[in-house]
Design a protein around this ligand. Structure first.
Ligand code: S3P
Length: 183
């Protein structure tokens, strides 16, 4: 098993993708299975501000949140051997992508709007979806973002109708192939 991880050359596995694509669940699993430290950009932001993402959006606005996001991404960019779970909007800023790519393999988790809705509908912790909790809104925003997601991803793993273990296995296999193809 450990041999499988050696091919990753200490690179971070950076999980990106739309809200509800499974980044947090998969990062929990991968960090345990691989014995790697787990970093979640939203958790770092919440700790720093000592309040929820909802409160940050409500009190200071999205731009303020995005600036915090860029700060934490810049701070973690020199780390290695980690599983990094990003917020759904993190890679929409170019500087964040550059920082995450320094030591990381960017893994896009994809899911259909219907799947996303099932996964997020009982949560009110995402300001962008509050008041917009429907498949139509999710699809429109996903369509707007999908080019950016696809263009920065080193590998893509679909998560619809798959178990946590099979998604994680696919990530490790594809990431190992990607890492060994890099100079
Ligand atoms: C956001 C996604 C959220 C969080 C914030 C904004 C987005 O993270 O960063 O609410 O713009 O897609 P998750 O993708 O982990 O829900």
């Amino acid at each position: 098993m450990k041999n499988r991880f050696r091919c990753l050359k200490n690179k971070n596995i950076v999980l990106i993708g739309f809200m509800g694509s499974g980044k947090t669940t998969i990062s929990d699993y991968l960090s345990k299975a691989m014995g790697r430290k787990k970093i979640d950009t939203d958790i770092l932001i919440k700790k720093r501000e000592k309040c929820s993402i909802i409160e940050i959006f409500e009190n200071y606005g999205e731009e303020y949140f995005r600036n915090l996001e860029s700060e934490v991404v810049s701070e973690i960019s020199d780390m290695k051997n980690c599983i990094i779970s990003c917020g759904g909007g993190t890679v929409l800023r170019h500087e964040n992508v550059e920082n995450l790519k320094k030591n990381g393999i960017i893994v896009l988790l994809s899911a259909k709007p219907k799947t996303v809705l099932i996964r997020v509908k009982n949560s009110d912790s995402r300001p962008i979806l509050n008041g917009n909790m429907n498949e139509h809104f999710i699809k429109e925003l996903m369509d707007k973002r999908s080019f950016s997601y696809m263009s920065v991803a080193d590998i893509v793993v679909d998560t619809d109708n798959k178990s946590i273990i099979s998604i994680s296995d696919e990530i490790i296999d594809k990431a190992a192939i990607f890492a060994s193809s890099e100079k």
